[in-house]
Design a protein around this ligand. Structure first.
Ligand SMILES: Cc1ncc(COP(=O)(O)O)c(C=O)c1O
Length: 395
């Protein structure tokens, strides 16, 4: 049947049929350690009992009813998100790209209502990824994403990532917002440097809104609730998606009061956004991840896994294997390959294949970065199994 699918995802040669915890199984019954996690979606692993129970309970009530009515799971998830994040209001979407579209609309509306409609430019960074719809694509700082799909919407400016002077030069009287990822995830797991975080705080102090795209970094993927927390950035708007719905499609825009006050009935909306089943799953996900005991164990496991990977890199580098640096934060992990540009791709492809043969699924980010996105529930045993496979596969 896969022949009838539009070929936008490339050749796929692995059929997954089920998952449990940190593992998935293929159609031949082979088990794999899942360090892709649905590209950062399955933060609590596969088949988490409290997520499944929440889904079943809500599904037994109704699957959908409409945003014309109060939907308890949606109301409760919004309250819980506001409570843990300190933001004042939440809009629910179905996906990350829609959350970014919403955030861009909200930022522009804020200045329009303030009598400054000329403030409508969105500044973002090269190497960023913000999604595949038009505004999100225009904000994305990678040519391969938008080339050939023009014309792009106006009002988007790209600045070299981590180039403070370029940011300062780009921000002007027409800038509404700077849209940024605390760690560029799709763009090669590139951390924002502290100097850029400081520049963003300065820009914000001059009245420019900060929109943090935390679709991949948020909800503790990078070790803190938001990736922005580790950079001491207090964004005006935050977009979330990926793990929020526990595997069901759900995105969110968190906004502070002044922005919430600029949005009125009919300004934005979605038929499916904030689906009650997805929101019920989301409440279960937050319940698990925000638990104090879970967080303590998670921080320890982050230190353990990142420490083991550092040691592996050091050992392999000494043995002449071109594994470069460890990137990212928390369980958003990049391993940059430092071989010659031409050979890197082949090396990485071969490594990915060897890891799969050893029973581990991993992913890439950019041409030369191996990306590991284990579930945040990844156990000490899973870490030991991963390291065993890596030791063998990194040759
Ligand atoms: C940082 C970031 N922003 C936006 C998106 C788009 O999200 P979605 O695929 O849910 O539309 C992604 C997806 O990978 C992402 O990583």
């Amino acid at each position: 049947m896969s022949d009838a699918l539009l070929g936008v995802y490339g050749a796929r040669d692995l059929t997954l049929v089920r998952g449990e915890g940190s593992h998935v199984w293929d159609d031949a019954g082979r088990r794999y350690l899942d360090c892709v996690s649905g590209v950062a979606v399955n933060a609590v692993g596969h088949g988490n009992p409290s997520v499944l129970l929440a889904i079943a309970e809500q599904a037994g009530k109704f699957l959908h009813a409409s945003n014309l009515f109060v939907l308890p799971s949606q109301r409760d998830l919004a309250s819980r998100l506001a409570e843990i994040s300190g933001f004042d209001a939440v809009f629910f979407s179905n996906s990350g790209t829609e959350a970014n579209e919403g955030a861009i609309k909200f930022a522009r509306r804020f200045f329009d209502l303030a009598g400054q409609p000329e403030k409508n430019e969105i500044v973002s960074f090269t190497g960023s990824f913000h999604g595949r719809t038009y505004a999100a694509m225009a904000a994305t700082g990678q040519e391969k994403i938008y080339q050939g799909f023009g014309p792009m919407p106006r009002g988007f400016v790209h600045v070299l990532a981590n180039d403070v002077a370029a940011l300062k030069a780009a921000v002007g009287p027409n800038t509404a917002a700077v849209l940024f990822e605390p760690v560029q995830a799709e763009g090669g797991v590139v951390n924002m440097e502290p100097a850029m975080a400081e520049a963003l705080r300065e820009v914000q102090a001059r009245g420019v809104l900060l929109i943090a795209d935390e679709i991949q970094t948020g909800l503790w993927r990078t070790g803190t609730l938001l990736g922005s927390d580790a950079l001491c950035i207090r964004p005006d708007l935050v977009t979330l998606a990926k793990p929020l719905g526990g595997g069901l499609p759900l995105g969110a825009v968190l906004v502070r009061k002044p922005i919430a006050e600029a949005l009125h009935v009919g300004d934005h909306g979605s038929t499916f956004g904030g689906n009650p089943v997805a929101c019920a799953a989301g409440l279960a996900v937050l319940g698990i991840l925000s638990d104090e005991a879970f967080q303590k164990g998670y921080q320890e496991r982050i230190a353990l896994l990142r420490g083991e990977l550092e040691k592996l890199i050091e050992r392999k580098s000494k043995a002449g294997v071109p594994v470069g640096t460890l990137r990212g934060r928390g369980f958003l992990i990049g391993m940059r390959w430092t071989g010659a540009a031409d050979s890197v791709h082949g090396d990485l492809g071969a490594l990915q294949k060897r890891l799969r043969e050893a029973g581990v699924l991993v992913h890439r980010a950019g041409a030369d970065v191996l990306r590991l996105l284990p579930p945040l529930t990844f156990s000490r045993q899973d870490i030991a199994d991963l390291m065993g496979a890596m030791e063998e596969a990194v040759k």
